[in-house]
Design a protein around this ligand. Structure first.
Ligand SMILES: [Zn+2]
Length: 378
């Protein structure tokens, strides 16, 4: 098996899992946050910087790499790791989410999805077999099954048809996967907010024995309490001895609340996207560095952070760079936000080890300001 999971312990206070995922490009500790490198680059960061900040696995997007530069070029380069010079683990998604979110003109058939390229308008077709072929060429350690990503909210009837199609597609993905010895394929549990459908999806997919499972279709606009409720009834349906990945979630509160509900892996563009807008995550909450009040503020972004940005640069300087659209400013804010989340997950793992993740959650939410009635969220 290309991917294996080792459960180290569960937190006595919360039930969160401390573990390790072993991949052909090394092991990473869980719960873990995965920075997103859409086009084979985490925007503005070098692989050396990612390694220095403690990233152990990154995510890249099949859809975007298929269109640019094309999976054949990446395969010729020796695969994604060599192409981008990243020696840690890589996970790629299946392209499904982008097909459903970026393209307005699409037609879903049993065979696959017809849609238009979001850049050129060219007609394209993606199917379970095609998504496997592309990911086999890209060569990530973990690849994702091609699924349908229904909108939120969706009617029960629509969702049921979609879940059943996703299960049939998952079987086709397993059949088409050419490299199970060195690439682990994860199944994706769908079903929206409906408990019976999540149950059905989990039953279908776990019967296929994937080396890992993801929960898809969350963080698509539903309130946080809906997400937490869905996690509460879905994670117990997932095998204990396999990694569990919650797709598209990366706000600090959701990383903690997801870990408490038994999730091991997370990814999201949020920290990198808001960084390029000058918004920072700090131990005392959200900081918008463009604000005038930071013009003469020579303190670091976060006085409790020991990242490269916070050890060397001031709010005033970063504000100036961001306002002047200087690339270096975006590099500094991106570095800090990614470091902040990777460090948060380190603290979460430490708290699980010491059976105090519930207490850690309380302290973090208090300090971050999530407990305030008008707390600004992401
Ligand atoms: Zn920092």
């Amino acid at each position: 098996m290309a991917i294996t999971y080792e459960l180290i312990k569960t937190c006595k206070q919360t039930g969160a899992r401390l573990g390790k995922v072993h991949t052909p490009h090394g092991s990473f500790e869980t719960p873990m946050f995965m920075p997103v490198g859409t086009l084979a680059t985490v925007k503005t960061m070098s692989p050396e910087e990612l390694e220095r900040m403690g990233a152990q696995i990154i995510l890249s997007n099949t859809y975007h790499l298929w269109l640019r530069p094309g999976e054949d070029i990446i395969e010729e380069a020796g695969g994604l790791h060599k192409f981008m010079n990243w020696n840690g683990s890589i996970l790629t998604d299946s392209g499904g989410f982008q097909v459903f979110s970026l393209s307005d003109l699409r037609k879903i058939e049993e065979e696959g999805v017809h849609f238009r390229n979001h850049i050129s308008g060219e007609k394209l077709f993606l199917s379970p077999e095609k998504a496997m072929h592309i990911q086999n060429s890209l060569g990530p350690d973990i690849m994702m099954a091609f699924d349908e990503c229904p909108p939120y909210p969706a009617e029960h009837k629509y969702m049921k048809d979609s879940v059943e199609r996703t299960s049939r597609w998952a079987e086709r993905c397993l059949e088409a996967h050419q490299r199970p010895h060195d690439q682990g394929l994860f199944g994706i549990i769908q079903g929206g907010e409906y408990e019976d459908l999540r149950r059905q999806s989990a039953r279908d997919l776990t019967s296929l024995d994937f080396p890992g499972y993801a929960i898809g279709g969350l963080s698509v606009g539903e309130p946080k309490d809906v997400m937490n409720r869905v996690l509460e009834f879905t994670t117990p349906l997932m095998p204990d001895q396999k990694p569990r990945y919650l797709m598209g979630v990366g706000s600090p509160d959701s990383l903690i609340d997801g870990s408490i509900r038994g999730i091991d892996m997370f990814d999201c563009v949020l920290p990198t996207r808001i960084a390029r807008n000058g918004t920072l995550m700090t131990s005392e909450g959200r900081l918008v560095v463009r604000n005038a009040k930071y013009a003469r503020d020579f303190r670091p972004i976060d006085e409790n952070c020991d990242c490269h940005t916070c050890r060397n640069y001031s709010r005033a300087y970063i504000r100036h760079l961001v306002k002047a659209n200087e690339t270096f400013g975006f590099r500094l804010t991106t570095y800090h936000n990614l470091y902040f989340l990777l460090n948060l997950m380190r603290q979460v793992r430490e708290a699980i080890r010491e059976d105090r993740l519930g207490d850690f959650r309380e302290e973090f939410f208090e300090m971050y300001g999530f407990n305030k009635p008008n707390a600004k969220n992401f």
